[in-house]
Design a protein around this ligand. Structure first.
Ligand code: ZN
Length: 135
């Protein structure tokens, strides 16, 4: 069955991130001047305005910073997933990523809960980083 949910678009700023996801790696920009790891990608470091940028791979661990349980959805493709959790996960390296929490009942999700990345290979070319409770 074809994947009928929205997919990330082609964007030169996010290409390295999505290319990494395809290889099951969470890649973020890291400032070469101050070390700040940032998301979303940007030309300048939001911390020091430096342009010197490296890429760093996240270990894929973090905590739930905030979340919401969707019990209704305006998009028909998500109907079968209800209820589901959309969360802001704060990675150990610093960036906060909007994602889904999977692998547990919605009611078990809590702020500050440790989580680890899992990969949802939704098409042959797109893998989405989602998170499950860390053991
Ligand atoms: Zn910086």
């Amino acid at each position: 069955m074809a994947y009928d949910k929205p997919l990330p678009g082609d964007n030169p700023d996010t290409k390295a991130f999505w290319d990494g996801c395809r290889r099951h790696r969470l890649l973020f920009q890291k400032c070469g001047s101050c070390g700040h790891v940032r998301w979303p990608p940007a030309l300048l470091c939001p911390n020091c305005h430096g342009r010197d940028t490296d890429m760093v791979a996240s270990a894929g661990r973090g905590t739930v910073f905030s979340f919401v349980i969707y019990r209704e959805t305006p998009h028909p493709a998500f109907q079968a997933d209800l209820p589901y959790v959309v969360a802001l996960v704060e990675l150990d390296e610093g960036p906060r990523l909007i994602t889904n929490i999977v692998g547990c009942p919605c009611e078990d999700v809590a702020c500050d809960m440790p989580v680890a990345v899992v990969w949802d290979d939704v098409t042959e070319t797109v893998s989405l980083p989602k998170f499950r409770p860390a053991r």
